[in-house]
Design a protein around this ligand. Sequence first.
Ligand code: DGJ
Length: 544
Amino acid sequence: MLGRSPRMNLRALTSALTLAGLALAPMTSAAEAPIPRLVSENGRHALLVDGAPFLILGAQCHNSSAWPATLPEVWPAIGDIGANTLEIPIYWEQFEPEPGKYDTSIVDLIIDQAREAKVRVILLWFATWKNGSPNYIPLWMKAQPEKYPRMLGREDRPVHSLSPHASDTLEADKRAFRALMRHLREKDPPRTVIMVQPENEPGTWGSVRDYSPAAQQLFEAPVPIEALRAMGREHLAGANWDAAFARDADEFFHAWSVARFIGQVAAAGKEEYPLPMLVNTALRDPLSPPPPTHYQTGAPTDNVLPLWKAAAPAVDVLAPDIYLPGYAQYRRVCELYARPDNPLLIPETANAPLNARHFFTALGHGAIGWAPFGIDYTGYHNSPLGGDTGTPEKLAPFTLNYRIVGPMTREVAKLNFEGRLKATAEEPGVPSQVLDFGKWRAVVTYGIPFFGFATGAKGNPEPIGRALVAQIAEDKFLVAGAHCRVDFELADKSRLQRVYLRVEEGRYVDGIFQVRRLWNGDQTDWGLNFATSDLVVHATLGTF
Ligand code: DGJ
């Protein structure tokens, strides 16, 4: 009888489930979406949102903008820049004004307003560490420094960073974070919030590690075997930190300690609600690393990523905040954090206009997301780290990125996951770059007029060019970009030459490429030229 009448079957199933005490509605309700999650394949990664690869076109507001009074100055900037995801803090001091009493009003407001704005959210839990300091812990914790102790530096000098070895601090953070995640689970079946970041730029300035008696005891004890294994030193089982890591011992010990702490906070939160979690980091210069006294230690800097992975498995993404000024540094950071065991996500980058093009650098390294920092209209500017993005005009270099990629985020995320996409940004003094697709090479050239050969190109007066090319069939490419020309050539030019068979200009609408016109004549004779429009091209190549 089953299968004969689908309507009857559904009714029968519904009443059976109701009798069994299971409500059908929440499972099938349009409002309940799958929980976002990360997937990895062949060393590449995708963030699944609503069950499909999603690209975070992010924007992070300023630190003090997550208040009812200032949210109206945040949303217009998020709308103007075209972000699909707002990264915004939740302040522990606001969330838990008294021990065990939680104020979820701002979380709720952010989520409600985000839904209205049709924007997703990444919540940043400003708690035990915010840029290494404990400034966001609740007042009742600040009033009890013996219970929630700061670290001790050398010679018992107090350091303005909480000790990762204090169990009361850990328990307090875990409890509050659990409450936040529990609330999110109840509040957010549509999954407006897609990721959560426990802490913010954790670690410490001013002392490489904690020298308190509790820390010292651990420092002198055998290194946990997982830490040794992570750093390829399992043959030193039984050694203490000094013996195992010599001059890196202080730094590695602190990284392990902070990572263990945050790993436990993240795991507690995930027990309530398993959203993907990231930890962001202040960086050390990856090209010429200074001594550890000169950067924030304890953080997931590039030299301790395996330690962090071993100590904090509940943290899915170790994410670089890129404020370094140089092109080579930017690219190197992307290389270092895009790992088979770590998706590249850049949750903060300086909002100086020339940084906008690095959205494409990130995409070229398989990024699942990218976000300039300080995007709102509250009137604060974080120069000299960035620029002034306080008006729609000043946001323009960033807006351009999201105008180009915004309509095809799902496609770009999927193509990147499949390893079919390459992207690049202009390097100062380098007028031409090649994206290698095997049989075909896409040559990207900067600073030439649309009409005429590319010979003698010097690059744009300022390095603002950016390009994205994806192979969508053997001889067919999706091309987009700004301030550049993209042309294709055969890798082997000895016998055959390239011809453009068909070049379609169009736009993605709901996953379908809608052709607006064909390019030919001047529009293809010199290559495919891109200025500042958001058009996308499908180019089919042939040979003769
Ligand atoms: C990095 C931090 O994570 C942000 O919260 C902010 O302080 C910026 N630096 C600087 O404005």
